[in-house]
Design a protein around this ligand. Structure first.
Ligand SMILES: [Zn+2]
Length: 53
């Protein structure tokens, strides 16, 4: 499915989706793992990387 690894990286790198409200936010992997990021809409900390559905 991935045709362009570069485009893929640009689109999905450091992007995370809130599990609750599905809003997308940008952050670094480190921050996510450290639990420092919460959704700016619903404050949820359940985020998943924006990859496959
Ligand atoms: Zn949210």
């Amino acid at each position: 499915m991935v045709k362009f690894p570069e485009a893929d990286a640009r689109m999905f790198k450091n992007k995370f989706v809130c599990r609750k409200c599905k809003s997308v936010m940008r952050s670094t992997n480190m921050k996510i793992i450290a639990g420092k990021v919460s959704c700016r809409k619903c404050q949820a900390k359940v985020l998943k990387p924006k990859r496959k559905k």
